[in-house]
Design a protein. Structure first.
Length: 46
């Protein structure tokens, strides 16, 4: 999780950082965080 947060901060225009952080959030049961990150990933790469 920390890796993807770091990547999203370093490369805010790369959708994969948000997508992968969303996957990690979802796996940990943080569905609201996953939705935020999936939404950002989709906005960056529809």
């Amino acid at each position: 999780m920390a890796l993807w947060t770091h990547e999203a901060e370093k490369y805010p225009y790369v959708f994969l950082a948000y997508n992968n952080r969303a996957l990690a959030d979802e796996a940990q049961g943080n569905l609201s965080g996953a939705i935020v990150d999936y939404t950002k990933a989709i906005a960056l790469d529809p």
